[in-house]
Design a protein around this ligand. Structure first.
Ligand SMILES: NC(=O)c1ccc[n+]([C@@H]2O[C@H](COP(=O)([O-])OP(=O)(O)OC[C@H]3O[C@@H](n4cnc5c(N)ncnc54)[C@H](OP(=O)(O)O)[C@@H]3O)[C@@H](O)[C@H]2O)c1
Length: 239
């Protein structure tokens, strides 16, 4: 039995899509606000997103000039910059692509401003990237050597080092799929917006990429709460 639970908290359209133009229409604003408000109802002080989501919403694709750091060997040991933060934002970024500029979430993201960043890396990232993270105060942990992180190892370490017993898994679809495949999703918290957009290239709630065979995962309905504007808040437990 793991000493922590993982709740996948997401907003989706009626056809299970998590991105696309449906999130840009005026009525979508209400659901984005509900997403944040319902996030706050959980006791968790740690949330997890994939590299693409952080790049899109937090680092805005910024790349850091690493030539300012010497290529001196940095031991592949976890770096803990802060264990006293109000909450933790956890990025799964095996190749160290995210261009962090500070150790906390910036003020553009009002509701989560000041939360401490922990990034999950593979041991193959460069010495300069690690030197940069240490300089700006981003915590990091190593979760194996490959581009597919050992997600259980990552959560085991973070749970122990930062005293976390509940994680919010908050997308996108590919990172959600990786956690589900690894048996690391215990609950679903879905904000269902009554909208459909007929595109086939948007991302679904769980995606598996080049890992096509997946066993069926079943959930038990715990709670349905109507939202305004025709939405629903759905809570499921892993069966
Ligand atoms: N509606 C919602 O509630 C919601 C919430 C969050 C995000 N979103 C949307 O979701 C979209 C992004 O979703 P996405 O699925 O494309 O991206 P994502 O899940 O945010 O990130 C995918 C990346 O995470 C890394 N990754 C995935 N599985 C991994 C594993 N097993 N081990 C190590 N690294 C792994 C890989 O990074 P590398 O490529 O660097 O290897 C992969 O490319 C955005 O449009 C965002 O706005 C919606």
């Amino acid at each position: 039995m793991r000493p922590y639970r993982v709740i996948c908290h997401m907003e989706t359209s009626l056809d299970g899509k998590i991105n696309g133009n449906y999130l840009e229409i005026p009525n979508a604003n209400y659901f984005a606000k509900q997403y944040e408000a319902l996030h706050q109802t959980f006791n968790s002080k740690a949330w997890i997103c994939g590299r693409v989501t952080f790049e899109k919403h937090i680092t805005y694709g910024k790349q850091i000039d690493l030539s300012q750091y010497p290529d001196t060997f940095v031991p592949r040991e976890d770096f803990v910059a802060n264990t006293n933060a109000p909450a933790y934002a956890i990025a799964i970024d095996p190749s160290g692509k995210l261009g962090w500029e500070q150790g906390t979430i910036h003020e553009d993201y009002e509701e989560r401003h000041g939360q401490h960043i922990i990034t999950v890396l593979s041991e193959n990232v460069s010495n300069q990237y690690l030197a940069h993270l240490r300089t700006i105060g981003v915590s990091y942990i190593f979760a194996g050597k490959s581009k597919r992180s050992d997600l259980k190892l990552a959560l085991d370490k973070i749970s122990q080092n930062y005293k976390i017993n509940e994680f919010m898994l908050e997308g996108g679809g590919y990172i959600n799929g990786s956690f589900l495949s690894a048996g690391l999703v215990d609950e679903l918290s879905l904000i269902l917006a009554p909208m459909v957009e007929g595109t086939s290239n948007s991302v679904a709630l769980f995606e598996y990429g080049d890992n096509p065979f997946q066993p069926v995962v079943e959930f038990t309905l715990e709670k349905v709460e109507p939202l305004e504007n025709g939405g629903l808040w759905l809570r499921y437990q892993l069966k």
